[in-house]
Design a protein around this ligand. Structure first.
Ligand SMILES: *[C@@H]1O[C@H](CO)[C@@H](O)[C@H](O)[C@H]1NC(C)=O
Ligand SMILES: *[C@@H]1O[C@H](CO)[C@@H](O)[C@H](O)[C@H]1NC(C)=O
Ligand SMILES: *[C@@H]1O[C@H](CO)[C@@H](O)[C@H](O)[C@H]1NC(C)=O
Ligand SMILES: *[C@@H]1O[C@H](CO)[C@@H](O)[C@H](O)[C@H]1NC(C)=O
Length: 452
């Protein structure tokens, strides 16, 4: 589609010697604050020297093109945050690149992976109404096919609905929120009472229970992932927000031997059939390949194996025997819950020192692997070089250094959790945004959805 648009554009602007893709991304400056008026903007705040920003640039141009071609009302821009730092800091920009969708008084941060598809999906979701109406069963089915996880409010106006809107204005950056009347829902849904909030996922649905599940925002945050996931480094970082332990089968997807498939299916079984017991504390999934997990644990895991990670303190749990059955796994998970399983790793001072040594070792190994000659030259030079390195490592300040390194392992970009001033700003403006979901917009949105 992008290519087609590009060709089209080139045909139209034949007097231009190249495809004018970058023209669809507006270069923003000081005047942006006054000029942005009522438009919805998707802005990349970048720094000229930052590598991740350079990597994003071609993707950003494609995003600009595709938004234009698809007739989206969202305008795409970029701003050199080092030149217009006052504007950037007004929007709470700290790291680079920072992607924000600006709508009314709200500034929504993009935290997903920086791919064209993900960014466009985010922009369309957040730019649209907070709560989308589902007027018919066909619409419901359509949404069901499109989204693996989504939340639905059922019922008339209530305090629960107010809460739902409030939660949506905060979590629209992650997931979808709808409202529907009961007769629009599929027949297999039975509600004991209305109003109610439901999540549809894992080929079924779950109902929010204020007494069991506590705060709605907390519940949505924990339920916004499917019960079983294919996990990579980035997903692991995102899962950190849920506060759940991550129970992951480390396998080799390409290996045909039965152990791999069996371990995966045991985890899937436990995730599905023991949801009631474990879903509040555990997120289940598998990871393809052990490189990432090895660098996280600073250990060599045999593949396949099963490990439970605590992303909040970097501790992990390994079963003391091979997991051969569902019973083995349940026993192991219960031993974590009751505290009898022994935690390893962590973020203590010893672990941090180990991290420095581990990273230094990996660097040496990777230099040797990629270029043995260079390796010999660098590390073969006697004591001098090595002692300088040791000196460097030992005097590196152990407080900040290792911390940053572990962070980098989980996310190799600066996806700083935008701090408190911005949250306050959002808090302050939340009410305004709820007014945005006016009839017109909803209808327009539905029309658009229907078309595709
Ligand atoms: C990453 O974000 C932190 C704040 O969360 C900031 O202090 C730091 O300068 C940022 N680093 C880069 C390279 O932008
Ligand atoms: C597949 O996994 C088994 C262990 O389950 C291992 O012994 C074998 O070497 C692996 N095969 C390949 C091709 O990696
Ligand atoms: C995971 O880490 C958090 C933060 O340190 C801690 O409160 C929690 O008890 C840990 N969970 C387990 C099962 O060890
Ligand atoms: C947002 O709400 C505040 C009061 O809550 C009001 O003063 C302000 O004008 C509103 N802004 C917009 C854009 O509606």
């Amino acid at each position: 589609m992008a290519a087609a648009g590009c060709i089209l554009a080139t045909v139209i602007f034949t007097f231009l010697p190249y495809c004018p893709v970058s023209a669809l991304v507006e270069d923003l400056d000081d005047s942006f604050r006054e000029n942005r008026k009522d438009d919805v903007w998707l802005v990349d705040f970048y720094a000229p020297w930052c590598g991740h920003c350079k990597k994003l640039e071609p993707i950003w141009n494609e995003v600009g093109l595709e938004m234009k071609v698809s007739g989206s009302p969202v305008r795409v821009g970029k701003m050199d945050a080092t030149v217009y730092s006052n504007v950037a800091s007004e929007y709470g920009v700290r790291g680079f690149p920072t992607i924000k969708l600006l709508k009314g008084d709200m500034a929504y941060n993009y935290r997903g992976q920086r791919t064209k598809e993900d960014i466009i999906e985010f922009a369309n979701r957040v730019a649209g109404p907070l709560i989308r109406q589902l007027p018919s069963q066909q619409m419901f089915d359509h949404v069901r096919k499109r989204h693996s996880v989504f939340f639905v409010y059922v019922g008339v106006d209530s305090t629960l609905k107010e809460k739902f809107i409030e939660v949506a204005s905060e979590l629209i950056v992650y997931t979808y929120f709808f409202s529907a009347s009961e007769d629009v829902l599929p027949e297999y849904v039975t509600l004991n009472e209305a109003p109610a909030v439901l999540v549809f996922k894992d080929s079924t649905y779950f109902v929010y229970d204020e007494y069991e599940d506590g705060d709605l925002s907390n519940w949505v945050n924990k339920e916004r992932f499917e019960g079983y996931l294919s996990i990579d480094g980035f997903t692991l970082y995102e899962l950190g927000d849920t506060g759940k332990l991550v129970a992951v089968a480390v396998i080799d997807d390409k290996n045909n031997s039965v152990e791999h498939a069996r371990l995966k299916s045991i985890v899937q079984d436990v995730a599905r059939n023991y949801r009631d017991h474990f879903h509040r504390d555990f997120q289940f999934g598998h990871m393809d390949g052990s490189d990432y997990i090895n660098s996280l644990l600073m250990d060599e895991l045999s593949v396949p194996s099963f490990v439970v990670l605590n992303t909040s303190n970097q501790q992990y749990f390994l079963p003391n025997k091979q997991i051969e059955s569902i019973e083995d796994m349940i026993q192991f998970i219960n031993s974590i819950l009751d505290g009898t399983a022994e935690a390893q790793g962590g973020d203590g001072i010893l672990q941090r020192i180990k991290r420095v040594a581990y990273d230094a070792k990996s660097t040496v190994v990777s230099v040797f692997k990629s270029s043995p000659l260079l390796g010999c030259f660098l590390f073969g030079l006697p004591l001098g070089v090595i002692s300088i390195m040791c000196y460097g490592i030992c005097t590196a300040d152990t407080e900040d250094g290792p911390e940053e390194m572990t962070r980098k392992d989980v996310v190799d970009q600066n996806l700083s959790d935008e701090g408190s001033d911005e949250d306050q700003e959002e808090e302050k403006n939340r009410e305004n945004a709820t007014d945005m979901s006016d009839e017109d917009q909803q209808e327009k949105d539905l029309m658009e959805k229907k078309k595709d």
